[in-house]
Design a binder for this molecule. Structure first.
Ligand code: 3PG
Length: 217
């Protein structure tokens, strides 16, 4: 399946609408970055969230940005303006944060970096909306209220779209994707630690294919 052309600087909504799932990726080895990105791409997933949780994360973002230009590499676990600067320098084209502060929002806007701010309460949604964000990550989705919470938010926040992340799996993704205020889901199940350690990239492509084929409501 050919992927549509995407801007060098996608909007947050374009990031969320590209595929049903944004893989949340934890890389321990710089050598895994490029073959993993190619494996996900082969399965039809190109928005790749590399979490800034390991010492090699920025090097992995840089390698994917340089060597896999068809992928759109982003940085996850962004918690500060300094993280935003480092991610943009490494070549990240979008960012995902586990929470939201005005400082993180401003840094991303100044850098032209699409941000999916993390929210878990109505007040946090309102704070992100004050700064112009309407494409938000609901984190941690399952522990913080799951599909029921999203249904409740659809009333007062019906102008917001969410990417629920945290506790989403191949088994429960459909339930979330069927909701009218869910654009996509995020999850780590596409890149299991054991598959990366064993360099089983065929398994990662298969998981990506299954995820890319999930129906959206
Ligand atoms: C995370 O921050 O690790 C993400 O929310 C992924 O969560 P998951 O492992 O439950 O998919």
């Amino acid at each position: 399946m050919a992927l549509k052309e995407i801007a060098q600087r996608p909007t947050p909504m374009q990031v969320m609408q590209d595929a049903p799932v944004i893989p949340v990726i934890v890389l321990q080895d710089r050598a895994h970055a490029v073959p993993m990105a190619r494996a996900l791409l082969a399965g039809g997933i190109r928005m790749l969230e590399i979490t800034l949780r390991t010492p090699v994360a920025l090097a992995c973002i840089e390698a994917i940005a340089k060597e896999v230009p068809e992928a759109v590499v982003g940085a996850g676990t962004l918690r500060s303006a300094a993280d935003a600067q480092a991610a943009a320098m490494a070549g990240a084209r979008f960012a995902v944060s586990p929470g939201y502060t005005h400082a993180v929002g401003k840094a991303c806007r100044d850098l032209g970096l699409a941000l999916l701010p993390g929210v878990a309460t109505g007040s946090e949604i309102m704070m992100a909306q004050e700064d112009g964000y309407t494409a938000l990550k609901f984190f941690p989705a399952v522990p913080a209220g799951g599909a029921g919470m999203l249904k409740a938010w659809h009333g007062p926040f019906n102008d917001v779209k969410f990417c629920p992340t945290g506790g989403i799996t191949a088994a429960n993704a459909r339930e979330f994707l069927a909701l009218p205020n869910v654009a996509c889901v995020g999850g780590s199940w596409l890149t299991p630690a054991d598959a990366l350690a064993a360099q089983d990239f065929t398994r990662i492509t298969r998981l990506a294919q299954e995820a890319a084929g999930l129906p959206r409501g």
